[in-house]
Design a protein. Structure first.
Length: 482
């Protein structure tokens, strides 16, 4: 399997090269040249690690089978409390795919517990011995998951950039208390888009690459712009489907809809890859918060980031520039020239409009909707009171949007974070007065719901803060060169 750039079809590399590089030249993204087809009958009874091995083997064809077996087995076991891909019924026709049972209590763990192993092996496959410096822009969950995955690895350094005052207190503490001599964390003035744009500019800056190469350092990324981050997320769509069949919720071969709370479009794009591989997926429903740029695009074909940026109670979705949408545009249009043109328009004017044929093809697979903070809070309340199901603020957005996009098919909502990562907002949604402290709120939430907060979150306020530096977006370049 070869990978090419979304903006230049002449650039073709192996899976290992795509993962080591992270970003293609001229800020393009690497995409697979084909979609390996799934053997659904042979896969349906596999354990999560076994299924992950099969799915990834179709894309990572230059990796040895023995390595993939060892890597998936060691990743998706005890660290996920034996609940990798856990799928449960919420109410009639609606199910939750709980993706937050990993070590950092968010869905990012599925990729970022495995991705470090993929990167180290990719360097081995390529005979590369230089140091790898990973740059990560995060709206909250990716930062901690990446730090936890890469901390302490030989030959790798990682710098994480998050929006100052743009994450929950729990998310911030997860990052700034991270241990490891090879990690750095920076608060960036502005929002996630400022951080993400700053990081992408570093990758596109040849002078940065030259300066680091003289020190035997090369850049890579752990954001979902890196193929090694996106590929592992395909697995849980298959696993959830097989569990619904097993539970009698859907007949074999019949479609299932998925509703995904998303900002950067990576998690839902993984569902598109699963569908292209042959999984019976009906609609992929894109759920946005008040920063509803994706909703407008999927309905109209015009992507317009020239709008007010809102800080919401679902901060991981507070994004106006959705990087992974570029991959979808390439797969649908099959034109690097069109994609490069659209991305040029976005960079220069803040907006672009796709042609009618491209929009029609997108709408064959995707639906969209959004919910604001009040609607999300009402959903948290209703799901707990009516169904006994406790969800976080991001998942609540998805439940709300899912209800407005139901079909005859079962609907699976991707539950992307533990409700205890956002305890004050969840507690307030349940009608309680939330304490100022997230940690006091966690205790109150446990008392209210009789559910236990993850131990890894409860201890955060007792850990020493290691990183407190604040920088402007234009200073990301200097930070990357340190």
């Amino acid at each position: 399997m070869q990978y090419q750039s979304t903006r230049d079809s002449r650039i073709r590399v192996s899976a290992s090269e795509a993962i080591v590089r992270g970003l293609a030249p001229q800020s393009g993204l690497f995409v697979p040249e084909a979609f390996p087809q799934a053997d659904l009958a042979a896969w349906k009874n596999l354990s999560y690690p076994e299924l992950a091995q099969r799915v990834l083997a179709g894309y990572l064809t230059d990796y040895q089978e023995q390595f993939l077996e060892q890597a998936t087995t060691s990743t998706y076991g005890d660290a996920f409390g034996r609940k990798a891909g856990y799928t449960r019924k919420v109410h009639d026709g609606v199910y939750a795919l709980e993706l937050w049972h990993g070590p950092t209590c968010a869905f990012k763990d599925y990729a970022l517990q495995l991705m470090p192993k993929l990167l180290v092996e990719a360097k081995h496959n390529l005979g590369r011995t230089e140091k790898t410096r990973i740059l990560v822009a995060t709206s909250g969950d990716t930062g901690k998951a990446a730090l936890a995955g890469y901390a302490g690895l030989d030959g790798i350094e990682i710098s994480v950039f998050y929006p100052d005052a743009g994450t929950s207190e729990i998310q911030r503490l997860q990052m700034v208390t991270q241990t490891g001599e090879n990690v750095r964390v920076y608060a960036v003035e502005g929002n996630f888009d400022d951080a993400q744009t700053g990081v992408k500019r570093v990758f596109a800056d040849a002078s940065v690459a030259d300066a680091l190469e003289r020190r035997d350092i090369r850049l890579s990324s752990a954001n979902s712009i890196n193929w090694g981050r996106l590929a592992p997320q395909i697995v849980y769509y298959f696993y959830a489907y097989f569990r619904l069949v097993e539970q009698g919720a859907v007949a074999w071969g019949r479609p299932v809809d998925f509703c995904v709370p998303t900002g950067n479009f990576g998690d839902i794009l993984a569902g598109y890859y699963a569908k292209r591989m042959g999984l019976p997926v009906g609609k992929l429903v894109c759920a946005s918060n008040k920063n509803n740029v994706l909703t407008d695009f999927l309905r109209t074909g015009t992507y317009d980031a020239r709008r007010t940026f809102y800080k919401t109670t679902s901060p991981s979705m507070d994004i106006l520039i959705s990087s992974n949408l570029e991959r979808l545009l390439y797969h649908v249009s099959e034109s690097c020239e069109k994609v490069a043109g659209w991305m040029k328009d976005l960079a220069e004017t803040g907006t672009y409009t796709v042609d009618a044929d491209t929009l029609a093809k997108i709408q064959q697979n995707f639906a969209a909707g959004y919910a604001d903070d009040m609607q999300g809070a009402a959903e948290i309340h209703d799901r707990f009171v009516q169904d006994g199901y406790l969800c976080d603020t991001h998942t609540a957005v998805a439940f709300c949007v899912a209800e407005n996009n139901r079909s005859e098919a079962p609907m699976v909502v991707l539950s992307t974070a533990s409700p205890f990562k956002f305890p004050r907002d969840v507690l307030a949604a349940l009608g309680e007065q939330a304490p100022e402290s997230d940690f006091a709120a966690m205790k109150c939430l446990t008392e209210k719901t009789k559910q236990q907060a993850p131990a890894s979150l409860c201890v955060l306020d007792s850990l020493p803060v290691r990183f407190s530096e604040k920088i402007r977006p234009e200073e990301i370049r200097a930070a990357a060169l340190r």
